[in-house]
Structures are given as C-alpha cells and as structure tokens.
Ligand binder design. Structure first.
Ligand SMILES: [Cu+2]
Length: 662
C-alpha cells in the first residue's frame, strides 16, 4: 500500500520540494486540505451528472462527501420519483413513459454571467429532453422534450442571464415538415437529414421553460456547446463533426475531412429574427412536464407546433469556423475573447479570437459556404495553437487568473497552459482516462479558481475491486498555486460525466426546510386527522386519504377492500419540522415506496390481487416509535359484503394471523 501511495503522489511530491518532499508529508497536507471536521459544512456544493443513471448527485467540496441523489430522468425507488402518481407525468414523452435517460451536462443558472444558485439545467441524451432542478428543494420541477432532435448532447447551455437555455442535436435526423420525424430511406442522409438547435426561453422569476424556436442546421453531428461572455455574450458556439454527412460507419466516414467546424450562432439576432416574423411553423409532437409547486402534482402538456428559422434566410445569424478534425469540447474563457476547441484527434489545441472573428465577418474573409452559411478563413479567426499539449484533448476550463486547464483522455492528465502565450506550464496525471474537468465557475465570467475536479471514466486499480464493474471516479486537484496538487479521489455514483459547482453561501440559505401544510394544494390532501376518509369511488376504485405524523398513520385499520380494487393511498405528512419525512409502503405493491416530505401529499397506487390482510408501514426512520408506525388493510373476495370501515386506535383489533381465535 505504501508503494502504491507513493506512486500516486509522485506528481505532487515533485512540486513540494524541501523537507516536505516525502509522500507522507504531501499526503498529510492533502488530507488537511480536504478535511471537513464532523459537524462542519463544505465550502462548495458540486453537482455531478450520473451519466447512464439519469440522475444528478450532489457532493460537498472539498470533502467529496455525497449529500444527495436527485432523480431526473430515471425512476428512483428510494423516494418514489417516477413511481408515485404525482411524479409519473415528469417522465412522459411523445414515446410514452420513458423512465430512464443518459444525463450528461448539468449547467447552473446565471445572473450577469455568474452562477446564481437558483436552478440547475440538465440534458437527457437519449430521448431528447432538458430538465430543470430547483435548488431551493433539490427536486426536478420541469422536463421539456425536444422535437427534431436525436442524441441531445450539446445541451443545455444557459445564456448569461438565462434568457435562453440552448440545446443542440448530436444526431441529425430527417425532418418531416408535415409533422414528426419522416420515414425516409437511410440512403438519403445527404439530402434529407438535418440538425436542430433549440432555444428554450426561461422565465426570469419562476424559471419556467418554454421552447421558443429552433434553428434547422446542416446535417452534421453537433457535439458540445458553450456560450460567450462580455464582448461575445450574444453568441453561442457549437463543435460539429461529421461535416462529411456520413450516415454509416461514422468512425471512418466522419473522419475524412481534415477539418470540421465550430458553428457560431448569434442567439440574440436569432431571437430577433424569430420575433420579427422570420420564423416558420411546423407541426410537432412533444411533451412539457411541470411539477406544480403548491400541489406537488406533475402535469404534462402536449405541444403540437414548433417555430423554426433557416440559417440561409437569416443573414448574420450563423457562421462556421474551420476546426481540426472531429472537435469535441468548445470552451470560452472568462473574458469572452477566446474560444478553445479541443480536437480529440488533433495534435494541437486551436484558440480562436472573438475580436478576429468579428473582423473576419466585417471584412468578409470567407472560405465559401455550407448550406448558405458562410465559412470563415481559419487563419483569419485563429489566435494561435497550444502545441503538443498531450494526447486526446477533450475539455478546457479556466481559473480566472489567465490560465486554462485541458483534460487529456488518451494521456490521462490535466494540462495547464497560459491564455496569453499558449505555453504549457504544468501537467498532472489523473487516474484514468479523464473526460470532462470542472473548475467551480470555470465556465463563467468569474471562476472560483481554487479547485479542479477531474472526472475519470476508468479506475482499474484505484479502489478495492468490486467485481467486473468498478466505480468511476472524481479527483480533486488544488489549483490555487502555480503547480497543481492532487488532493483527493472519490468514487462517484455511475458516470460523473460533467459537473458544476458553486459556493455554498449562494444556495444553502435558500434551502426549503419543509412545505407549509396550509399551502398544500394537493387535491387529496387532508390537513387534520379528523378529515381522513376511505371512499369507494367506483366499482373497482377506492380512495384512501390518510395522514402520517410521529408515530402513527390515520387510519391504520382499513376494511372493505375487495380483490380487483385499485386503491389510491394519498398520504399527507402532517409534520411541520425539518428533516422528518415519512415513507409509505404496502406489502405486495408493484411500484416503489413513496417518501412524503413534511407538509406534502404523495400517492401510492396499489392493486388488491388476493384476499387477506396486508400490512403497510412507514419506511423512513422517523422516531423512537418508528417501528410502531404501521397499519393493516383487509382485502375480501370480490362481491363480499364487508363494508368500507376505517379507524385508528378506537376499537379492539382483529389480529391477523390468529383468525382461529375469533
Ligand atoms: Cu415515520
């Protein structure tokens, strides 16, 4: 173990020098830097995407302690998200109920180009969706499906005041202007397939999203995006690959051209065109799901139209900048002047200048056009290239002190370089195969600049083995000094694809402690035990309105249910105190438990399949008498004359299982 630790810290020990050069000294320095004493809080919240688990996980930094998992696109049995009657609508799409997605990119909302701690926007790749998490409650409150999109990868990118959240398609698809995706021969990629960039308007007060319009772009693959700042704040930039428009064997077909493109879109001008009547309208079919903040019931609206702009009809809205073969990351520095394009197959990192781009547009330094979009001359927009940065550059973030940090997938390292002279000044090995990296605020106008998190795809020997599947990993690196220092490894939940982080003081003071019972607008809420009810609403449907408070449920004895009945348990948690959720589960339920926050109502649907007595109980340890927080539901054969009856503690019980003693 000692040998392994020494190897791991080699990169750091070199930088320490003097008496503290030993690995022990470095590791105790590192331990101190990440130590958050029991009962103390972390300095930052970090939000790591879960990739293929469709969730977001919240970690404290610098400790790397896991604080919460927020389900977004995936059902989550731990709290009933996607299982409860209230939340099912969040996962509705034009393809039906879709209980999973591949969540790649979290992006924090912004005010004046800085993170403001209000919302977190995230993308679903597979069934194109953008979701919004409210950072008061750490819950997913809205999911917007995107039409004309497939593989929603370059998404979501908020502009500097959340005017728009912008989302581009990775895979181009045929668009049938008469509605939906067309049934088109796969031989017609070149002529029929197009990409789209969606512009989702965000309400400045409430955060509510609305798909305003799309730009239909050439049929390339759109990989990643990032917004401008300062002088470039009206622009958003997208990397593209497959400018060859290959529809098969893309690993070869999409790698023919030496250069693909960085697409620059003036979103403000696009919004102006859309507003001033340049947008056309086409039929569409997509879902918009919203959680009502007072009832906590999600509702879906199906949208049937989408407005779109064509770049060839909107001069000045879009330009293409040649970029080395199959570029991946595009990152704009805090000043808004430099656009850094990381080409995973390229040997250098080109850095474009926004000022030069403006001049090139003014002076029409074009190199032809593609689908009516002017292509700018490479040399006319290039500031310079970072030479021999490492192998497989993917993503770059910034510390706000003139330095850029790029992740290298193939050579497994973080490379620090200077924005002014593009010289590499430091390297830090990471373990292994780093994808994204994140500096808190490192994609905004004002980076926090103290830490960097490397998100690694492969861990091999880094942790105790756990069978064929090993944990992915995040590594925390101190970037406050001239040389980077490795501080901490922490395993992550599923794939930490990308992350955002924010100082805790921008989020923690606004955190909701409980929901006010008198503001609970759930249609089946009961606010007093005296108001509970069990009602047979129709031949096969029974509605139970019940309450939970430490340490009983009302009612806790229910009779008169019959085989074949669907029973809706609407459980209102009467607690008005922080950190006292109650859980609810019924024996044999074919969904998950539901977890009810104080003051809220949640519904568990249960179908009585056989006669008998079925216990239900509170699943979240809530008090010393939590184990006693339990009840029974009796199911009689179909057509039985047992009447509906319910009570709590008012009668002598028929004890199930000892029927012979009756
Ligand atoms: Cu309880």
């Amino acid at each position: 173990m000692a040998v392994a630790a020494g190897t791991m810290l080699q990169g750091c020990s070199k930088t320490e020098g003097g008496a503290s050069g030993s690995s022990e000294a470095v590791s105790s320095d590192a331990a101190q830097a990440v130590y958050v004493a029991p009962g103390k809080h972390d300095e930052l919240y970090s939000f790591l995407s879960g990739g293929f688990n469709g969730q977001v996980s919240v970690y404290g930094l610098p400790s790397g302690r896991l604080l919460k998992i927020i389900p977004v696109f995936s059902q989550f049995p731990e709290n009933g998200y996607g299982y409860s009657e209230e939340s099912k609508a969040m996962l509705m799409t034009s393809h039906g109920f879709v209980p999973w997605d591949d969540l790649h990119h979290p992006k924090l909302s912004r005010t004046d180009g800085q993170t403001d701690g209000r919302w977190l926007f995230v993308n679903g790749n597979n069934t194109p969706r953008v979701a919004r998490i409210d950072l008061k409650t750490f819950e997913t409150v809205e999911v917007m499906e995107l039409p004309n999109s497939a593989g929603n990868h370059c998404s979501p990118y908020p502009t500097n005041n959340n005017e728009y959240v912008i989302a581009g398609t990775r895979f181009s698809v045929p668009l049938d202007m008469k509605g939906g995706t067309g049934d088109v021969s796969l031989d017609k990629y070149e002529e029929e397939f197009r990409g789209s960039i969606s512009f989702i308007k965000v309400d400045p007060e409430k955060g509510d999203m609305d798909l305003d319009f799309q730009i239909l772009v050439p049929g390339f693959d759109y990989d990643l995006a990032n917004g401008g700042k300062g002088p470039s704040e009206d622009w958003v930039f997208f990397t593209t690959y497959n400018s060859e428009k290959a529809g098969t064997l893309k690993e070869v077909g999409a790698s023919q051209n030496d250069r693909d493109y960085l697409a620059a879109v003036n979103w403000k001008l696009a919004a102006k065109y859309a507003k001033e009547g340049k947008a056309r309208e086409m039929p569409a079919n997509y879902y918009h799901n919203k959680m009502d903040e007072n009832s906590h019931v999600a509702k879906s609206t199906v949208k049937k139209k989408v407005r779109y702009l064509l770049p060839e009809e909107c001069p000045g809205m879009m330009y293409l900048l040649p970029a080395p073969k199959s570029p991946h990351g595009i990152d704009v520095d805090p000043s808004g002047e430099y656009m850094v394009v990381s080409g995973k197959l390229a040997s250098a990192i080109p850095v474009f200048s926004f000022a030069k781009m403006q001049d090139a547009i003014k002076n029409k330094q074009f190199d032809g056009e593609k689908n009516g979009i002017p292509v700018l001359k490479y040399e006319s927009v290039l500031k310079g290239e970072v030479k021999e940065p490492g192998l497989g550059p993917l993503h770059t973030e910034f510390d706000g002190k003139g330095n850029a940090y790029t992740s290298m997938f193939v050579s497994s390292e973080i490379v620090k370089w200077k924005l002014n002279d593009l010289q590499v000044v430091d390297r830090m090995p990471v373990y292994y195969s780093v994808g994204h990296l994140m500096i808190p605020g490192g994609d905004t106008k004002e980076p926090h600049g103290k830490y960097l998190v490397a998100m690694n795809k492969i861990t091999k020997d880094r942790y105790l083995p756990t069978g064929p599947e090993l944990a992915h990993s995040a590594q925390l690196i101190d970037i406050s000094g001239e040389k980077m220092k490795m501080l901490l490894d922490f395993p992550t939940v599923a794939e930490p694809h990308y992350a955002q982080a924010i100082v805790a003081s921008k989020v923690a003071p606004n955190s909701t402690k409980f929901y006010k019972l008198d503001e609970n607008k759930h249609p089946h809420a009961v606010k007093k035990e005296a108001e509970v009810s069990v009602t047979r609403e129709s031949k096969n449907r029974v509605r139970v309105k019940m309450t939970a408070i430490r340490s009983h449920m009302t009612p806790d004895n229910i009779e008169g249910i019959q085989v074949g009945d669907t029973v809706y348990f609407h459980v209102t948690n009467l607690e008005q105190d922080w950190d006292v959720p109650h859980g609810f589960a019924v024996m044999g339920a074919n969904n998950a438990e539901t977890l009810i926050m104080p003051g809220a109502t949640q519904t568990l649907k249960w179908v009585a399949k056989k006669a008998g007595v079925f216990p239900f109980y509170c699943t979240d340890f809530c008090s010393a008498l939590h184990q006693e927080m339990q009840g029974y539901i009796r199911v009689s054969p179909k057509g039985s004359n047992v009447p509906i009856k319910f009570s709590t503690g008012k009668k002598k019980q028929n004890i199930p299982g000892v029927a012979s003693t009756k």
